[in-house]
Design a protein around this ligand. Structure first.
Ligand code: NI
Length: 259
């Protein structure tokens, strides 16, 4: 087992933003106590890249999936390749997958169908899921409730930004809640109030890098190196010791992703 203080449960290390310094960032993160990173795909090609990066780096694992914008790529012809990729040793989750009800996205029925198909695949492969949700929390809760039997290997809602009521529904479904840089933003007071109510033993840390750099470093490129900043902010928010937040969130990540 790799020793680590923190886990970054959701990063996009294959993003072009890391083309110049990917290896340095992975090494530096390890030096700062972030020795385990789950890098996430969002369509087939980025998922292949995520698995390759994981295979090349001991402390990197992959989460693979088609997220809402790319959901039409998943069909009867492409899904066998996806399922085979998901059987790779270092794939620890299906995701990010989800619903995004903003403009210029595939139609909602296609998004739902694609999400359910990926929940089925995760269940068949005994993998947890990493859920992406934007402007669709009500529909998401409804869909997950209707498909609760597919969630028996657990999951997390990444970059959570819903209400207390939504958080409660997700926790009741056995899901975890992932917290990243947004929780540190000055305008995120509502989210911080919600996070106060979520038990620490259901929370995971993530960066979603290269996006969403935590305060006071906004403007810089985000990376797993900022996980300690996010953890410290969460510790202050919840009135907990920083070491305790590190220990509990890392235990949670190891349990969910079996790493
Ligand atoms: Ni992401």
């Amino acid at each position: 087992m790799i020793q680590t203080k923190f886990v970054d449960t959701h990063a996009h290390l294959t993003d072009v933003a890391f083309d110049e310094d990917r290896n340095f960032v992975i090494k530096k993160s390890g030096e700062l106590g972030v020795g385990l990173i789950i890098t996430s795909g969002f369509n087939y090609s980025s998922s292949v890249e995520a698995v390759k990066l994981a295979n090349d780096n001991l402390g990197v694992y992959a989460s693979i999936g088609y997220y809402p914008e790319n959901i039409l790529e998943l069909n009867a012809e492409t899904e066998n390749d996806f399922i085979n990729l998901a059987k790779s040793d270092k794939v620890v989750a299906i995701g990010e997958i989800g619903l995004q009800y903003t403009d210029n996205m595939p139609d909602r029925e296609s998004q739902k169908r694609g999400l359910i198909r990926q929940l089925e695949i995760a269940h068949e492969l005994h993998l947890p899921v990493v859920i992406h949700c934007r402007d669709a929390y009500g529909a998401m809760v409804e869909l997950l409730k209707q498909n609760k039997s597919l969630l028996s290997f657990g999951g997390t809602v990444h970059c959570f930004s819903g209400s207390k009521e939504i958080a409660n529904e997700l926790l009741k479904l056995g899901l975890r809640i992932s917290v990243g840089g947004v929780s540190t933003f000055k305008n995120a007071q509502n989210l911080r109030e919600t996070l106060k109510e979520i038990p620490i033993d259901r929370i995971l840390l993530e960066t979603d890098c290269p996006y969403l750099t935590p305060h006071p470093y906004r403007g810089q490129k985000n990376s797993p190196c900022f996980i300690p900043t996010i953890a410290e902010s969460l510790a202050n928010l919840k009135g907990l010791d920083g070491e305790e937040v590190a220990r509990i969130t890392t235990k949670n990540a190891r349990e969910l992703f079996k790493i």
